[in-house]
Ligand binder design. Structure first.
Ligand code: CP
Length: 292
């Protein structure tokens, strides 16, 4: 299967070359290759603003025609499978599909698809372009990965971002830790306290509390969560001088991050979104050029 499904099989050198390509697109638009004969469809079975629309902006920047798709009003509502839907687009002459789906590794049932597939988030497993844009944001700040200390804070157990980021960051020799309440903790990385993360880490990577998935099991109030695990202004100010705060967004303001910290000088949250466009341009063009 062609495309980008997970970063697990990609070497650090390939990951670095994707980041370098994205940085070159960001810094010099003349480096961008155009693919005016191509069209791609975004198949999102879960809600999304950043990933869905930054893939569409990336396509427009590459001269590719984006085609939107809504499962409501499509033949998915008549029971058509994911495989038959994707195969249909292949035979309609679409050149690639971008898919977000609640099922972990949904792409395993698409092995007989002959057009590139880009994973825009699968269940709690992986979100490869989010990991790449997070890495690009870190690389722009520090110029390296080796030895950097990062804490993933919040709902680790349900987070595809936490799982995807930790897997790659460990391979890039980053020192990865996790922070959060007991019900959100798994074995992704060693656990530390929020105070340790704030005082010692180069990057504090906050995660969204996914109230829509498990509001019933979160026993503490939003105020208590914020006080115990949230990035308050006092905590942000206490972080190391060069340290940065990241969050994949959407953010729950006043829960995992204080309203006033979303645009704090240490925050890279909106820059992450900007970098998402360049990362998605990089992965699409590298796949079409046979470099990925
Ligand atoms: N970070 C992220 O995946 O955001 P969306 O759900 O809005 O795409």
């Amino acid at each position: 299967m062609n495309g980008l499904l997970t970063l697990k099989g990609l070497s650090p050198n390939i990951i670095q070359s994707i980041i370098d390509t994205a940085v070159s697109f960001k810094n010099d638009s003349s480096k961008v290759t155009s693919f005016p004969d191509k069209k791609m469809v975004t198949l999102f079975f879960e809600n999304s603003t950043r990933t869905q629309y930054s893939f569409q902006v990336a396509m427009l920047n590459l001269g590719i025609t984006p085609i939107g798709f809504s499962s409501i009003g499509s033949s998915i509502a008549k029971g058509e499978s994911l495989y038959d839907t994707v195969k249909t687009f292949e035979y309609l002459g679409v050149d690639g599909v971008i898919i977000r789906h609640s099922q972990n590794e949904f792409y395993k049932e698409l092995e007989n698809v002959n057009i590139p597939i880009f994973n825009a988030g699968d269940g709690t497993a992986d979100h490869p372009t989010q990991t790449l844009l997070d890495l690009m944001t870190i690389y722009e700040r520090f110029g390296k990965f080796d030895g950097l200390k990062i804490a993933l804070v919040g709902d680790i157990a349900h987070s595809r971002v936490a799982h995807g980021n930790a897997e790659v960051m460990k391979r890039l020799n980053m020192d990865v830790s996790i922070v959060g309440p007991e019900i959100f903790i798994d074995d992704t990385a060693p656990r530390i306290t929020l105070d340790q993360a704030v005082d010692t880490c180069d990057i504090v990577n906050l995660l969204r509390v996914q109230f829509e998935r498990h509001a019933d099991v979160i026993e503490m109030s939003k105020d208590d969560y914020h006080s115990l695990y949230g990035m308050t202004k006092a905590r942000a100010d206490r972080m190391k001088k060069d340290a940065i705060i990241m969050h994949p967004a959407p953010v729950n303001r006043g829960v995992e991050i204080a309203d006033s910290v979303v645009e704090h000088k240490k925050s890279r949250i909106f820059e992450q979104m900007r970098n998402g466009v360049y990362i998605r341009m990089a992965v699409i063009s590298m796949v079409f050029e046979g470099k990925l």
